[in-house]
Design a protein around this ligand. Structure first.
Ligand SMILES: NC(=O)c1ccc[n+]([C@@H]2O[C@H](COP(=O)([O-])OP(=O)(O)OC[C@H]3O[C@@H](n4cnc5c(N)ncnc54)[C@H](OP(=O)(O)O)[C@@H]3O)[C@@H](O)[C@H]2O)c1
Length: 319
């Protein structure tokens, strides 16, 4: 039996659906039922129930976006760093294998290969190089230290707490640390990057590795089912995309007549569009692919999502 923490959330619901589809028995534990952030309560519960695997999909990502985490610092630190640390202690003391939903946003930019050397590149320079020489752009691997974290400022508060959690839980226990990029899929809902891009007044053009939500969840469970070595895994769809490319796909497949406005440059975006710095990063998924887990390239996942775009009944009525 599997214990699922954060099952009511955007990511947690996707785990619940996939666990059901695979026929795994699991308990979707809600904080209302048992406050699983309390060490003693969780410790007693895990000793009693003896799950074979615990999934931590709980956390606080800020709503409507990470700017909210700059104000709700206590809650963000508690949900993103202290809660995983509690789960890690419980799992270590009970010998329970577990998986933690981390995030790719603990990096900023990408690596540029130039005459055999690598250097970091970000912002306008990354956008230009990615458009002109995409073959020179590489993602960060699991062996690269996070460069958008409290240890490597500047970062935003959300990313700082996510990077700190990775440090806090890499201890004696056995844990998969899964790093998704911004999630998207075919459903028209606010957690979906494709929905958000269609609803921003202006769009920020970044270069990112991103995750089809259900592809991400399947890859997490595949790693566990195939007993892949525990540790950190970048879990985005292979490749990277500039937001401008995604917008072009939306126009081509979904909304041919829709015009999109972009922020002029980073300066304008950070002056008028955002409070906190954004991560915008490229990740390398070679480690994941080397395990044999299969996951669609990002262009294919985006194309499929847009071709199968589904609008909820509520949204149809609203329009
Ligand atoms: N969505 C994204 O864009 C994204 C991208 C990368 C990584 N992630 C990571 O995925 C995890 C889940 O994110 P999500 O998008 O599913 O978030 P969400 O929809 O807001 O759900 C958060 C879940 O966390 C639980 N939770 C436990 N303690 C909490 C606390 N103190 N404050 C807020 N929530 C708490 C809640 O479960 P209860 O029902 O038990 O209260 C809730 O189900 C987070 O760790 C986040 O960093 C998300």
């Amino acid at each position: 039996m599997i214990l699922l923490l954060g099952s009511s959330g955007y990511v947690g619901q996707a785990f619940a659906t996939e666990l059901r589809r695979r026929g795994h028995s699991f308990i979707p534990l809600a904080r209302k039922a048992i406050n699983y952030a309390d060490f003693t309560l969780l410790f007693d519960y895990v000793r009693k129930v003896k799950p074979e695997f615990i999934i931590n999909a709980a956390g606080s990502r800020g709503k409507p976006n990470v700017d909210a985490c700059e104000l709700a610092r206590e809650e963000t630190l508690f949900a993103n760093t202290l809660l995983p640390q509690t789960v890690a202690r419980v799992c270590s003391m009970t010998g329970t294998l577990w998986g933690h939903v981390s995030s790719g946003c603990i990096y900023r930019g990408a690596k540029l290969i130039l005459s055999g050397n690598t250097q970091n590149v970000e912002g306008a320079e990354l956008r230009r190089l990615f458009a002109e020489h995409p073959e020179r752009i590489c993602g960060y691997t699991e062996w690269d230290e996070p460069n958008f974290a409290f240890r490597h400022p500047p970062c935003n508060f959300y990313s700082g707490t996510k990077a700190l959690a990775e440090e806090a839980i890499r201890g004696p226990g056995r844990v998969y640390i899964w790093r998704p990029g911004m999630p998207f899929n075919e459903r028209s809902e606010p957690g979906n990057l494709l929905w958000r891009l269609q609803n921003y007044a202006r769009v920020y053009d970044g270069v990112n590795s991103i995750s089809h939500l259900e592809d991400f969840v399947r890859a997490c469970l595949d790693l566990w089912e195939m007993q892949a070595p525990v540790g950190i895994y970048n879990l985005t769809n292979p490749g990277a995309v500039a937001t401008r490319q995604v917008i072009e796909m939306i126009q081509r497949i979904l909304k041919p007549n829709r015009r999109f406005e972009f922020w002029k440059d980073d300066e304008e975006f950070y002056l008028r569009g955002a409070r906190a710095l954004r991560s915008n990063c490229v990740l390398d998924v070679s480690k994941l692919l080397a395990t044999g887990v299969r996951i669609r390239p990002v262009e294919k996942a985006l194309e499929d999502s847009l071709r199968h775009w589904t609008v909820s009944v509520g949204e149809l009525v609203h329009h």
